[in-house]
Design a protein around this ligand. Sequence first.
Ligand code: BGC
Length: 410
Amino acid sequence: MSIPLRRGLALLLLAANTTWAADVEVLHYWTSGGEARSAAELKKTLQAKGVNWKDFAVAGGAGENAATALKARVIAGNPPTAAQVKGPAIQEWGREGVLANIDAVAQAEKWDSLLPPAIASIMKYKGSYVAAPINVHRVNWLWVNPAVLKKVGAKAPANFDEFFAAADKIKAAGLVAVAHGGQPWQDATLFESVALGIGGPEFYKKALVQLDPAALSGPQMLKTFETLGRIKTYIDRDAPGRDWNLATAMVINGKAGMQFMGDWAKGEFTAAGKKPGADFLCLPAPGTDKAFSFNVDSLLMFKVKDAKSQQVLASSLMSPEFQEQFNLNKGSIPVRAGVPKTRFDACALQSMLDMEAASKGGSFVPSLAHNMAVGSATQGAMMDVIARFMSTNLAPKDAVAALAKAARTR
Ligand code: BGC
C-alpha cells in the first residue's frame, strides 16, 4: 500500500484549516480496556496544560482501520493534529510533504540525548523530528495463566518442547491451550515470535528485515511454518476474527492457558486488577529469552494551523511524568531516559533489562507485524501469506515459497 496523495496537497492542507482553537485532534486505536486507560492519561495531561483533546479513536488492533481513516482525512485536506503511525511508514508520509517539523521542541528539550539513536532516527524525516515516541513495547512475550498450568500439572515453558508439553496437557483438560484471534496482524505477531524462537535473531534480521532471499527460503523458515502449523492445532475454532483483547480475556479468566502477544496484553491484565507473578506470568516467547522484538508507538505530526497546541502535545508526550503513567497503564516501558523505575512491575523491569542486553548483543530486532521492520506494501503482502497459512491448509513448503515471493513486493 503506498500512500496515494495528490500533488500540491501540502498547500491545500494549509488553506483548509482556518479555525484556531487550543485543540489537538489525535487519531489513535487505543480502544481496549488497558489502552483506553492509557489514552485517558494523555487527555488528562493535555487538559492540565489548557489544551482540549478531540478524540479520533478508530477501533481495530494494530491500527489497520486507523491507517485507512488517516489516508481519507489527509486526502480530504483535513489531517488530524497527530496520528499513531510507526516505523518506516513515517518516511512514507514524509515523502508526501504533509508533516510538521517539531525540531523547535525537540532541540529545546534535547530529545537527541534522551532517546536511543536508532529510535530517534525513526522519528525523523530528512534529519528533522516529525514524530514523538512514547514507549517501547516488546512483542516476543507469552502470557500464561499459572492457575491453569497448576490445574493440569504443567510447568512454565522456556522452549518449544516445554511449550508443546504444556499445550498438550491444557488441551487434554478440555481448555484452550493457545488463545488467539484470527486476524492478519495477530497471525503475524505469532509468526514473528515463532521465527525468532526457531531461527534466532540473526535469521530473523536476515529474513524479515533485510528480506534476504536465501534466509526467506531456507530450512529455518520451513521449520518456522512447520512449528506454526503445529501451534494452530492448539487454537480453538472460534478464533477467526476474534479481537486480541478478547483472547487475552480468555487467559485472564482461565478459559485458556497461554497467548502469544506484545505487552499491550499486560495492560489488560492490570486493568482487570491482576498481578504479575501471582495471577499471570510474562515469559519470553519460547526460545527468545535473549532477544527483544520491539514496537515503538509514536504520534506523527501533520501540518496544521495550530502549531502551538501541537508543540504542547509533542512536549507532553516526551515528558517523564507522562511516559511513566502512560506506560504503567499500557504495559510498555518508557522510551526516553530519566523516567523513575520504582513503580514498574517485574515484567516491565525484565523488559528494561532485556532491552539493554539485546541492544548490546545485536538481538534487538524490529517487529514485522507492528510496522517496524519493512515498508507497508511489503509488510501487507507478507502478512497476507501468513494469514492464508493460518486460515487454510496451505502446506509449510508452499507458504515458504509464497512468503519469499511476497517479500519482493514494493
Ligand atoms: C500498538 C499498540 C496497540 C496494539 C494493539 C500495536 O501495534 O503498537 O499500541 O496496543 O497494536 O492494538
